[in-house]
Ligand binder design. Structure first.
Ligand code: CIR
Length: 253
């Protein structure tokens, strides 16, 4: 059972966040409302939500998943792979102690972002992407090994992070972007496919038996419901304009 989530209120600077493609600018007021609705849904799933204050020095700081990896025994403050986000970790060492006795850090030359970390039971897949390198993955692997969790790396080419296209829905089941459905790394899992035209829906979020899906992807939602999952949708259009998905907006543990 997940008990806690950390989220960070979006700052007005959000509209200047990083995007890989050309997209419309996010609407800040709409983003604030969507973020509040996201928080409400977490609370409705029994999660205690801690809201960190907006940080206008870092437009992308609402995407908290990337800066902390929560493992069963310790929290790991990451070293973001993109320079604009590198200092976003400042102050996190003061936020985590109520939840974790032990806090570790990814150190140079390692880079690692939480979006690349897919914990699936007692195994962790770590995406090697523009944001996460082998040095970062090796450091996280060593931390996880001490807890009996194995880890392997998965090279990522066409996505921002590993979890952009693959998430764990518990019970040995993954929700995968159709491009990843035959990927050898995930051979031993049951798979639910995010529709080819709905690639963003792969970044859905299992919370205590319910799958929270981004609004606007009906085929993937019915694939999940056909597989027996209860689903609930939330509109995150303004965060999608910044390449953000559902999981990036919280750290869950
Ligand atoms: C970035 O490029 O870093 C942000 N605009 C989006 C981060 C999305 N994070 C995630 O998928 N975990």
């Amino acid at each position: 059972m997940l008990k806690n989530a950390l989220v960070r209120t979006p700052s007005p600077e959000l509209i200047n966040g990083i995007t890989r493609g050309k997209r419309d600018k996010a609407d800040y007021q709409k983003a604030l409302q969507q973020h509040e609705q996201y928080q409400r849904l977490l609370v409705e799933q029994g999660i205690s939500v801690t809201v960190l204050e907006a940080n206008s020095s870092f437009p992308d700081s609402v995407f908290v998943e990337d800066v902390v990896v929560c493992t069963p025994k310790c929290a790991v403050i990451t070293r973001p792979g993109v320079l604009q986000r590198r200092e976003e970790i400042k102050g996190l060492e003061n936020v985590l102690p109520p939840f974790y006795d032990e806090i570790k850090k990814i150190e140079a030359p390692g880079i690692l972002e939480g979006g690349d970390v897919l914990l699936a039971g007692s195994h962790c897949f770590i995406g090697i992407s523009e944001r996460t390198n082998h040095a970062g993955a090796d450091q996280l692997t060593a931390i996880l090994q001490q807890q009996g969790i194995t880890a392997t790396t998965v090279p990522i080419k066409d996505m921002l992070h590993l979890k952009t296209g693959v998430v764990y829905l518990e019970n040995n089941t993954l929700l995968v972007n159709s491009k990843y459905q035959d990927h050898p790394a995930f051979r031993s899992f049951n798979k639910i496919i995010a529709d080819t035209k709905e690639a963003s829906a792969a970044n859905s979020m299992w919370i205590n038996g319910t799958v929270i899906v981004p609004a606007g992807y009906p085929v993937t939602r019915s694939n999940l419901e056909d597989a027996g999952y209860k689903t609930v949708a939330v509109d995150i259009s303004e965060f999608e304009k910044l390449d953000g998905g559902l999981t990036c907006l919280s750290i869950r543990f």
